[in-house]
Write a protein that binds this ligand. Structure first.
Ligand code: PHE
Ligand code: FE
Length: 297
């Protein structure tokens, strides 16, 4: 596939005035260069996940996907999604090669820009790919940016990231765990039952079922400082999922300044991914079946 054209990087307006240009480039989505295989990979994954996610993903997620006009026929065009997304919440998708340095990523979010990997996995990677690709980023992350509360949460997270980056590596690690257990692997309690909102789950067939239906993992009520202390898995399904009652709860819990929280957490040890503690609001205590004994990050 031809490599995409680089777009001039821009200076971004933040709280602290204009920040330096990115070290990583924004690229234009090379839509005309996607192969028939690329579109077919999108279509296969889209159809499979949509079938799985009705009754499993939260209503906001499914409604937003429809509102954005995503479907199985072809890889969506970022430009077209941006028209809908811009009108709804003012977010913009920008194409990137892959994972960004932390500060670049935070600065994009703080400016309501969501970086989306422009390339899609190969057909032989349909079931699993370690790195985020277009399917994970676009199918998984983008729909909830249509939701005003979640859109604000992501911007606030970006601002919080710029701040944590300045405070130090421990603060950054605490904040990364929050992202992991909400944006990537969050569950939400909806009136008619437990649902998924995390992008890492909705973009995985196996974890879409496992996170809700397996006896193995813990499901524990959202608790900010508890989450910030909890290690996680990057190579297996999660041992613990944290459950919010609403996006409003998530917003309210994360609105206060985290500076004193980071200071407090510095004096407390991290918790293993699968541990259940006194004080946890346990919705389901995991059986632990099939858990790897080491490898928490
Ligand atoms: N309130 C957080 C802070 O002061 C910012 C934040 C908001 C971080 C939402 C994450 C999510 O750092
Ligand atoms: Fe992700």
């Amino acid at each position: 596939m031809a490599s995409p054209r680089r777009v001039e990087s821009e200076r971004l307006q933040t709280d602290k005035g204009y920040v330096p240009v990115y070290t990583t480039a924004i690229v234009e989505q090379p839509w005309d260069d996607y192969s028939a295989d690329d579109h077919a990979t999108w279509g296969t994954l889209y159809e499979r996940q949509r079938k799985l996610l009705v009754g499993r993903a939260c209503d906001e997620f499914l409604q937003a996907q429809d509102a954005m006009g995503m479907d199985a026929r072809a890889i969506p065009r970022f430009d077209q999604l941006n028209e809908v997304l811009g009108a709804a919440t003012g977010w913009t998708l920008v194409g990137v090669e892959g994972l960004l340095p932390e500060l670049d990523f935070f600065e994009h979010l703080a400016n309501r820009r969501f970086p989306v990997t422009w390339w899609i996995r190969r057909p032989d990677q349909i079931d699993y790919i370690a790195e985020p690709d277009l399917f994970h980023d676009l199918f998984g992350h983008v729909p909830l940016l249509m939701n005003p509360l979640f859109a604000d949460y992501m911007e606030a997270y970006g601002r919080g990231g710029v701040k944590a980056h300045a405070i130090g590596p421990e603060a950054l690690q605490n904040l990364t765990r929050l992202y992991w257990y909400t944006v990537e692997f969050g569950l939400i309690r909806q009136a008619d039952g437990l649902r998924i909102y995390g992008a890492g789950i909705v973009s995985s067939a196996g974890e879409s079922k496992y996170s809700l239906e397996s006896d193995a993992p813990n499901r524990i009520g959202f608790d900010l400082e508890r989450i910030m202390r909890t290690r996680y898995r990057i190579d297996t399904f999660q041992k613990t999922y944290f459950v919010i009652d609403s996006f409003r709860q998530l917003m309210d819990a994360t609105a206060p300044d985290f500076t004193p929280v980071y200071a407090r957490l510095m004096r407390q040890p991290a918790l293993p991914a699968g541990e259940v503690r006194d004080g946890d609001r346990v919705l389901h205590r995991g059986s632990g079946e099939g858990w790897a004994q080491d490898g928490d990050v």
